[in-house]
Ligand binder design. Structure first.
Ligand code: ATP
Ligand code: MG
Length: 457
């Protein structure tokens, strides 16, 4: 693969889609295929690392609208149209709408690859230029929806939902097991919202004594309680104009839940020790690992707060329910790890994937990320035992040419000896080497061949 650029291929005809993917794959170009325009929308984000190739005629919507949409999101994103035989006027329209190129059916794989290569080159340059400009730091390899890797139907649905709700003012509840990406979702929502220039303030509601959490959230005036010497601005106020991420909401004490509910309803707060209401403009994104309805039934969570927050819930499926994302995530984390540790990017091998597919992933994506780091560093990990360690040491020090040649020679000799029932003379003749030479090599390579059974006659 040439780099992490991707061709987003929108084509409803399965044969055509397969043919295009194969042509691209043979040329070492990564692609991601969809059979309709709609699911492409959340994927196309500003700075998308790739180009778009779309069929003109699609079941819902059409290629030109998709080109228009893509250009509105990122005017520098190259789009290539695949047009039918008689669609030349439409192709011209598409070019007018800013399409980068068009290819008319039927076309050769070379034609497609050639056009895609040029588009990718152009894209790469545009992205390099925009990187030179200061951009918001991400630290995760991507921004907005690009942060959330995974083409499984479930992850596509998650991205679609995020794209839909990001711009609206609703508060959001994110639910998922540990390590499924709840914080990442919160950050995406923030980046895609009109609040992206405002602050993203995170607060963990767990593991903090009640009174401390209280003043963390709401702030206090000087002298509000013993030890409160100075006025303190709380996290809610800090998040003004931006997003407040409340992590582990399930651990928020009941008393605090009442106060939070009031803030959500009135969009005002009072610092501890003050009666003055301060207006705040925040969007709350709250994360929970637990089922809050169950907690409410057990009397440990306020149903009214739950209902206030669950207008929209983003449910993140555990990794074991979307194992088809593993390869993509692993490749993504390998690139990040290689960058971070200044190591070569490890290959995503079939054998490795096979071992990972059956695993339950209690730590979900975070666990996979840690594993990727270990592999990139060539560190052994209990998860995969000896085989992985072997794979990674091989990776850390690729075999030299001499070693490879010896390995090959050993294999040839062994095969010949087996073919000749272990006869040294016949094998030497077949390999056209002196018997003594062959004997030397057999000893050096530690080849042991069962001597041939004496034959009858
Ligand atoms: N879909 C994804 N694509 C890329 N990276 C992901 C994805 N999901 C999770 N990650 C990465 O996995 C790690 C864990 O994600 P995150 O911290 O968002 O999980 P979480 O649900 O908040 O976990 P916890 O409940 O334990 O706090 C992070 O490094 C994050 O960047
Ligand atoms: Mg988290």
């Amino acid at each position: 693969m040439n780099d992490e650029m991707t061709v987003l291929l929108v084509e409803d005809d399965p044969d055509m889609q397969m043919a295009c993917r194969q042509a691209l794959s043979l040329a070492g170009i990564r692609s991601r295929a969809l059979d309709a325009a709609e699911p492409a929308l959340p994927i196309i984000t500003p700075g998308y690392r790739g180009v778009v190739v779309t069929d003109m005629r699609l079941p819902q919507g059409d290629g030109i609208s998709l080109v228009k949409y893509a250009r509105s999101v990122d005017p520098e994103l190259p789009c290539i149209m695949i047009t039918g035989h008689g669609d030349i006027n439409l192709a011209v329209d598409a070019m007018r709408e800013g399409a980068y190129d068009f290819i008319t059916k039927p076309f050769s794989p070379e034609k497609l690859v050639d056009s895609v290569r040029r588009a990718l080159d152009k894209r790469r340059l545009a992205l390099q230029a925009s990187q030179a400009r200061p951009a918001a730091p991400t630290g995760q390899g991507g921004a907005g929806l690009d942060r959330l890797v995974g083409s499984s139907a479930r992850m596509q649905a998650v991205r679609r939902l995020i794209a839909e709700i990001a711009g609206s003012p609703v508060d959001v509840l994110v639910h998922g097991e540990t390590g499924t990406g709840k914080e990442l979702v919160a950050q995406s929502l923030h980046e895609l919202s009109g609040r992206s220039k405002g602050p993203f303030v995170a607060l963990n509601c767990g593991g903090m004594p009640d009174n401390l959490l209280d003043s963390e959230l709401f702030g206090h005036e000087a002298g509000a309680f013993t030890g409160a010497q100075k006025r303190r601005i709380g996290k809610i106020e800090h998040a003004n104009g931006g997003t407040l991420f409340l992590d582990e909401l399930e651990s928020m004490p009941m008393g605090m839940q009442v106060k939070l509910l009031r803030v959500l309803q009135e969009r005002k707060l009072e610092r501890l020790g003050s009666n003055t209401a301060i207006p705040v403009d925040v969007r709350v994104v709250a994360a929970t690992k637990e089922n809050l309805v169950e907690k409410a039934k057990a009397g440990q969570f306020r149903l009214d707060l739950y209902y206030r927050l669950n207008v929209v819930t983003v449910d993140l499926p555990p990794l074991r329910k979307r194992t088809e994302d593993i390869a993509e995530l692993l490749a993504h984390f390998f690139v990040l790890a290689a960058e971070r540790f200044a190591r070569p990017v490890p290959p995503v091998g079939a054998e490795l994937l096979e071992r990972l597919a059956g695993y339950a992933w209690p730590g979900n994506v975070r666990e996979l990320r840690n594993l990727a780091d270990c592999i990139a560093l060539g560190v052994s990990t209990p998860l995969l035992g000896a085989t992985l360690q072997y794979a990674s040491t091989e990776l850390a020090s690729p075999r030299s040419l001499a070693e490879s040649v010896e390995e090959y020679e050993r294999k040839l000799i062994l095969e010949e000896l087996q073919r000749n029932d272990g006869s040294l003379a016949r094998s030497a003749r077949a390999l056209r080497v002196a018997k003594t030479t062959l004997n030397d090599k057999i000893r050096r390579y530690g080849i042991s061949v069962a001597p041939a059974e004496p034959r009858e006659g």
